[in-house]
Structures are given as C-alpha cells and as structure tokens.
Design a protein around this ligand. Structure first.
Ligand SMILES: Nc1ncnc2c1ncn2[C@@H]1O[C@H](COP(=O)(O)OP(=O)(O)OP(=O)(O)O)[C@@H](O)[C@H]1O
Ligand SMILES: [Mg+2]
Length: 261
C-alpha cells in the first residue's frame, strides 16, 4: 500500500532575516510533513523560529531556501486552503461577532444570506451561540480567540496553523478552549499545526509533538502521542502521559537527539 500524499511538506527550509545589525539565521534545514487530518504541536524555546516557520508555511514569508508543498503543489503566496490564527485575535472592533466570522466569505464574494448562515453555524460550533450580534469590546479574551478560530474555519480550510492561540489566557480558560478545539477538530476534518508553550496542552491535543531547538531553529525531536481518543484532561494524569511529558521537557532543554533515540 502506498502512503497517501501528506497535506503539507516542508523541505530543507532555511531562513535568514536581514536586520540592521546584519543577517540573522532563524531556521536551519527544517523538514516536516503533516499527514491529512492529523494534529501536530510544535514546541521550542522562545525565539527559535516557530512563528517564522508558520508564516513560511502559510505563504506569508518566502524562505531563503527550501520549499513548502500543499497537496503536492508549491506554496508561494497565502493560499485559501491554509488559515493562520495569530496569537492576538485581531478582530475588527466595528464588526459584530458574526460579521467578523464571515469576513473571509465576504472577501470571497459569498452572498449575505449564505454568510449569515455560515457565521451562525460557526458561532455555535465554537460555543458562542447567542453572541453573534456582540462587538469585540464586549467579549472576554477567550471569546475573542474563539471568534478568530471560527473565522479561520469558516472557509473549511484544509490546513489550520495556530500560533499559541491560547497564549494570553489563564490556565482554566486554556483547558476549556483546548477541549473545545479538540471537539471542533473532530467535527470538521482538517490538518492542524499548532505552536504552544504548554507541554500538557500539546499532549492533550496532538498526534505528534515536534520539538524545535534554539535559533537557528531545527526540528530536533519528534514524539508520537499514543493516548486514545477522545481525549480528556484526566488522561494527562496517567503514567504514560507523565513519562511522555518528561521526555518532551528533557528534549526541549538538552540535546534532543540523545533523549529520543
Ligand atoms: N520580520 C523579522 N525581521 C527580523 N527578525 C525577525 C523577524 N521576525 C522574527 N525575527 C527574529 O527571528 C527570531 C525568531 O522569531 P519567531 O517569532 O519566529 O520566534 P518564536 O519561536 O515564535 O518565539 P516565541 O516563542 O517567543 O513566539 C527572533 O530572533 C526574532 O527576533
Ligand atoms: Mg512565536
């Protein structure tokens, strides 16, 4: 049996920013593949190039060398099948929740009644039914982030890139949104790559955890998360999850290759 084509392949991606103080190498020979409908988390020290890698995968930055393939085709500019959720929700304050969610559809010329229908469905999916008419200033941080996720999902992207989407939130809200994200991911088929600083969040959500080393970032270790699905927060307290968490923690801090092999 031949392997199905991965949705995303990054091949030998290198990136150097030109800064006022000279060239800054940020990514060094990054290779990764995302199989269809899988959930992958990317962890690594601050400044190692995680956000840069996401921007490269979504076509916002052209890498110095190397390539990104989406379904076997090179990504050279932002592609509608790939959606990127940034750490800040970036909602338009003068638009309601429903209008924010439907923005990509509006830009694509979808008629108003279809947009409204889609926005209502998505609002319900992310737990915001009843808030469609609210404005961003009336939302909590977690609610705003859910709107950003709904907006990213409204065109049913094949690939969802999430850059610390819960970064600014307290632990309880993070846990609740993590479970919600799992539910959404299971309800809609898509391939997710999510950056997080939380090892337990990575274990709760993903099939695979990639560990990036310090700048210039390179994928140094890879762990598969074999906990059964559906996942629950209680699973994080099992011995298996504990061992995995320790191994990931160790890989982030010391020579990763030595830990995993
Ligand atoms: N547009 C840019 N121009 C110049 N340097 C940049 C640019 N964007 C990022 N950098 C630098 O590239 C390095 C990697 O940044 P990046 O934002 O990718 O890190 P990160 O792993 O996402 O960090 P964090 O976990 O703190 O979000 C940093 O040293 C940063 O200063
Ligand atoms: Mg970042």
């Amino acid at each position: 049996m031949t392997e199905p084509t991965p949705v995303i392949v990054a091949r030998h991606v290198n990136h150097t920013f030109q800064t006022d103080s000279g060239p800054l190498p940020v990514l060094r020979d990054v290779n990764l593949t995302l199989a269809r409908n899988t959930f992958t988390c990317l962890v690594g020290p601050s400044g190692c190039g995680k956000s840069t890698l996401l921007r490269i995968i979504s076509g916002l930055i052209t890498p110095t060398s190397g390539e990104i393939m989406l379904d076997g085709e090179p990504v050279v500019k932002p592609h509608p099948k790939i959606r990127h959720v940034f750490q800040q929700a970036n909602l338009m304050p003068w638009r309601t929740v429903a209008e924010n969610i439907a923005l990509p559809l509006e830009l694509a010329g979808v008629p108003a009644d279809e947009r409204q229908e889609a926005a209502h469905q998505l609002a319900a999916l992310v737990g915001l039914a009843g808030f469609e008419g609210a404005y961003p200033a009336e939302l909590s941080g977690g609610m705003a982030q859910r709107v950003a996720i709904a907006r990213a999902l409204v065109q049913e992207p094949e690939v969802l890139l999430l850059d610390e989407p819960f970064g600014a939130l307290d632990a309880m809200t993070r846990d609740a949104l993590g479970e919600e994200l799992l539910r959404i991911w299971q309800a809609r088929e898509s391939t997710v790559l999510m950056v997080t600083h939380s090892i337990s969040e990575a274990i709760l959500l993903s099939d695979r955890v990639l560990v990036m080393g310090p700048r210039p970032g390179h994928i140094e270790a890879e762990f598969s998360v074999d906990l059964p699905r559906p996942r629950t927060l209680q699973m994080l307290h099992t011995p298996d999850a504990g061992r995995l968490s320790e191994a990931i923690r160790a890989a982030i801090h010391v020579d990763a290759a030595a830990v995993v092999r």
